[in-house]
Write a protein that binds this ligand. Structure first.
Ligand code: 6PG
Length: 261
């Protein structure tokens, strides 16, 4: 296991500025990985992240990216049909994927009409096949697939992907993809990448905006971060780079603790 890198914490006045900075960061990584490997594998979360990607759909970013080299995966997914309003694929398709020329064959939604357990098995097997045929690279440290970029959101109580406090999935060590049938955030049935897979990534962006996230941001990044039982977000410790993108409301509690205001 490679030692995790120190996070790069970037804070911005507004969510709009986070969206711009995220577009610049993604543009840079896309060019870097395509130059090095001829491809760029990106893992998307659900939630507000998809809207925060909106700057990528505008010039100069949209015209500067080699979209045909991108492949898209889902960090977690609700076990519902792909056209269901709760589907992360539908959210990503409507808000982002339908607006950029990523080949359909490079987009990897979950398979429909399976139980949560079977959907997780099927997605894991598909990832393993993509490693076997060299579409995805592997971490030499962990043997898990090594995605180029994971875009990760955080819930107000510190969950990431569908890995929640007080739910055993967060301790999974062997599986690449697992499932949950009692998710505290609806809908209850989901599949999710596990921490060993998440932490094998080359780059992770934690994209966290809004005041709802302020307590968990303070717990994760504040001076008492190492005290007590860690939140799921505190287990995000990739062998590659970790960059936090935060707006002012998300750092409001952190600023009180850090500066005693
Ligand atoms: O499918 C999901 O529910 C998500 O992948 C989930 O992990 C999300 O990223 C966080 O809950 C943050 O969501 P918000 O950005 O909307 O707060």
């Amino acid at each position: 296991m490679a030692p995790p890198t120190t996070p790069n914490i970037q804070t911005f006045e507004t969510e709009e500025q986070v969206a711009v900075a995220l577009a610049v960061y993604i543009l840079h990584l896309s060019a870097k990985f395509i130059a090095a490997n001829g491809s760029f594998s990106v893992v998307l979360s659900g939630g507000s992240l998809i809207d925060t990607l909106r700057k990528l759909l505008e010039p100069p970013y949209v015209d500067s990216i080699e979209w045909s080299k991108w492949s898209i995966f889902f960090l977690d997914e609700r076990v519902v049909p792909l056209d269901h309003p709760d589907s992360n694929y539908k959210l990503a398709y409507d808000g982002f994927l339908s607006k950029v020329p990523i080949p359909e064959s490079n987009i990897y939604p979950i398979k429909e009409k399976l139980s949560p357990s079977d959907a997780a098995d099927e997605y894991e097997q598909r990832l393993k096949q993509l490693v076997a045929n060299n579409t995805l690279r592997t971490s030499p440290h962990t043997g898990f697939a090594k995605f180029d970029l994971m875009l990760v959101g955080m819930g107000p109580e510190g969950h990431v992907a569908s890995l929640f406090c007080w739910h055993f999935q967060r301790f999974e060590k062997k599986r690449w993809v697992t499932f949950i049938t009692d998710s505290p955030k609806p809908p209850s049935e989901r599949i999710t990448f596990t921490f060993p897979l998440i932490n094998s990534a080359s780059e992770i962006a934690m994209v966290v905006t809004g005041e709802d996230a302020a307590d968990a941001v303070n717990l994760a990044l504040g001076k008492h971060a190492s005290y007590g039982y860690p939140l799921p977000v505190q287990k995000v410790a990739p062998e590659g780079g970790l960059t936090w993108f935060l707006d002012m409301p998300a750092t409001s509690e952190l600023r009180k603790t850090e500066f005693g205001i």
